[in-house]
Design a binder for this molecule. Structure first.
Ligand code: ATP
Ligand code: MG
Length: 616
């Protein structure tokens, strides 16, 4: 599809409320049970002051021991009900909330795995996941509040009704301060919310500094930048402190006000109600009952303010999560998939392939044609950033071509099921990603059920068996995070073994031996020569010795194959080819002065050009 942005298409954003509702809906039974428990809790709580009045008026004032005991027991029973209901409500609420959070997290994770590389290029998926973690937490904290919110709302309503029915005049006096509580609670939350959002951001900033310093610890130490990172952290921690204190100041200012109004209400009730008791319009129990109800109103009223804020946050968070979930993956299985012909040797063809990472930009590959015969090994050579890795990425559909097509054994890669395609294409990149797991598990990454002797055979072919054998626990040795406990060359060999074990039709080695010690490289080259048989291989390399492994060399330049032939032929005839190799040799020399001898030989070989054959 030429010109179409190839990252991802997006369906219409939905309201956060809809998203929240859909997340909770599968658990409606549990939610309902939680709400019922919340109602039982409300009923129990609301009945206590009335029962207290009965105990006081009939038992204490009426001087009846039996009645006192009776009502005391009833209150106790109600207390038990209230306790059990509170426990059940809490348990059910957290159950639903954590389930929903876990489900959303898993959906998000699976979705991120399905999204194409182009999305990950743009979005910095790591940061996306950590922001999503905060969003999921907001959603979870909101869902937890559902039963208690309903309980509290009911308390507020039923208490207001009760107060009015008990004593309308007193009720008006008591409820008179409530609008102020509500007003200040709202004002409080609207002041404190932006500050606490700000605080969240600053905290995330601190987390990023810590994370980047730790993941980039080699760069930090390598450049002696500890003090710089320390100063950066210090600066950000200072900002966290400022924001946190700002929030604390707002709290300190509003809390006394929020506590003051209910006290005023209570004083008014005691004063006016006390006179009514003295005038025998109200019993003592009635007054206690009344004040208990007024006190009971305070928490729900204050909570509504906070609840509104929490709900707003959860809605925004849910919307953000949904935005990711509704990003449609564009690189997907075809509706009507074809299969690779059995026994194919891994023929690869590019027909007029044009591709650019950024729509509208100058294409990286421009109407490129390429043909690799079954079983053939070709070397792809070209200057830095000419698009070699891009060629490697297009074959397994990490990206889709803008126009033209790519065929494996005669089948367009877009007509294949992605898992079939990707198991037919083996890739080894320069920077190898290893998982924190055993060496054997890392080699068997694509085939976790591979028998051990096959794992070992693959390692042997990749020249890794020997050093693995010398490790304390052999193949069961755990490798540290990202495999940093291994040398670059060791990592690459494990990656090569991984590709061998997967036994692909098309094997692509992108600078895959670049970190391997030149004096050891011949071992891998021998191994490569072994496994290249019976499949087609694309070797992306700059070292003449590695290039010499190939049957044919392709020079990639200006988005196309500019020349092809054997290494010797190109050296003899192509100025650009000599230039590219010489430049690469120079770069390597700058990077790794130790390789000087080897590079010197390369240079000598190039100088001899076609006159002398090059050996691996
Ligand atoms: N994910 C990406 N998003 C945008 N542009 C990219 C992306 N990857 C590569 N490019 C650009 O595409 C061009 C080709 O890059 P590519 O990695 O294919 O070069 P290369 O030939 O493999 O180079 P090298 O020899 O340095 O590995 C470069 O200009 C690069 O900046
Ligand atoms: Mg590259």
């Amino acid at each position: 599809m030429p010109g179409e942005p190839q990252s991802a298409s997006r369906s219409k954003p939905r309201s956060g409320w809809v998203v929240l509702w859909e997340a909770v809906r599968p658990h409606w039974v549990l939610t309902l049970l939680g709400v019922i428990a919340g109602l039982a809790w409300t009923a129990a709580k609301v009945s206590v002051p009335t029962l207290t009045r009965l105990a006081i008026d009939r038992g204490i004032i009426g001087r009846q021991h039996g009645a006192l005991l009776h009502w005391a027991l009833v209150i106790m029973a109600v207390g038990v009900v209230q306790g059990l209901a509170a426990g059940a409500r809490r348990y059910l609420a957290f159950d639903v909330a954590y389930r929903t959070e876990a489900e959303l997290r898993e959906r998000l994770f699976l979705h991120l795995l399905r999204l194409p590389f182009a999305f990950h290029d743009r979005m910095q998926t790591g940061q996306l996941m950590s922001r999503a973690a905060t969003d999921l937490q907001q959603v979870q904290q909101f869902i937890v509040m559902i039963p208690i919110t309903i309980g509290n709302a009911l308390i507020a309503v039923s208490v207001a009704v009760l107060l009015l029915s008990i004593n309308a005049g007193l009720a008006v006096l008591a409820l008179g301060t409530l609008p102020f509580i509500n007003l200040f609670a709202k004002r409080f939350s609207s002041r404190v919310h932006p500050v606490s959002m700000n605080l969240q951001q600053e905290l995330a900033g601190v987390a990023i500094v810590v994370e980047e310093t730790v993941t980039g610890i080699r760069a930090v130490k390598g450049f002696g930048a500890e003090a710089i990172q320390d100063a950066e952290l210090d600066r950000r921690t200072g900002r966290v402190y400022d924001r946190a204190m700002e929030a604390a100041r707002i709290r300190a200012r509003f809390m006394p006000i929020l506590d003051f109004f209910p006290a005023v209400g209570l004083v008014a009730v005691l004063w006016y109600g006390g006179h009514q008791v003295l005038a025998h319009h109200l019993t003592v129990g009635g007054l206690v009952e009344f004040t208990s109800y007024v006190v009971m109103l305070i928490v729900p009223l204050r909570m509504t303010g906070m609840l509104v804020a929490q709900a707003q946050r959860a809605v925004v968070s849910a919307q953000r999560v949904d935005e990711i979930l509704s990003t449609e993956p564009t690189i997907v299985d075809p509706a009507d998939p074809r299969q690779l012909p059995p026994g194919g040797g891994g023929e690869v063809r590019f027909e007029q392939v044009t591709f650019s990472y950024v729509p509208g930009a100058r294409p990286v590959l421009d109407a490129m044609d390429l043909a690799i015969r079954p079983g053939e090994a070709v070397a792809l050579v070209g200057a830095t950033a000419c698009g070699k890795t891009t060629v490697a990425r297009l074959i397994p559909r990490f990206y889709d071509v803008d126009s033209g097509r790519i065929l494996i054994d005669g089948v367009d890669v877009r007509d294949l099921v992605l898992t079939d395609l990707r198991s037919a294409v083996g890739l080894v990149f320069e920077d190898t990603f290893l998982f924190s797991d055993t060496i054997a598990a890392n080699i068997a990454f694509a085939r976790p059920d591979a028998p051990f002797d096959q794992i070992r055979e693959a390692a042997r072919l990749a020249g890794a068996d020997e050093f693995i054998g010398q490790m304390p626990e052999g193949y069961d040795t755990q490798i540290g995070e990202r495999g940093f406990s291994l040398s670059g060359g060791q990592r690459q060999r494990i990656a090569i073994a991984r590709a061998f074990l997967a036994d692909p039709r098309v094997l692509i080695l992108d600078d895959a031996t670049s970190s391997v010690d030149p004096t050891k490289e011949h071992e891998i080259r021998d191994a490569l020569a072994d496994v290249m048989r019976g499949r087609s291989t694309i070797v992306i390399a700059h070292r003449p010795a590695t290039i010499a492994l190939a049957d044919r060399v392709l020079l990639l330049d200006e988005g196309r194959i500019a020349a092809e032939g054997t290494h010797e032929q190109l050296l003899a005839t192509n100025e650009r080819y000599r230039e590219v190799l010489a430049r690469a040799a120079e770069e390597r020399r700058e990077r790794r002065p130790d390789d000087y001898d080897e590079e010197d030989q390369d240079a000598a070989r190039m100088a001899r050009a076609a006159s002398a054959p090059v050996e691996g």
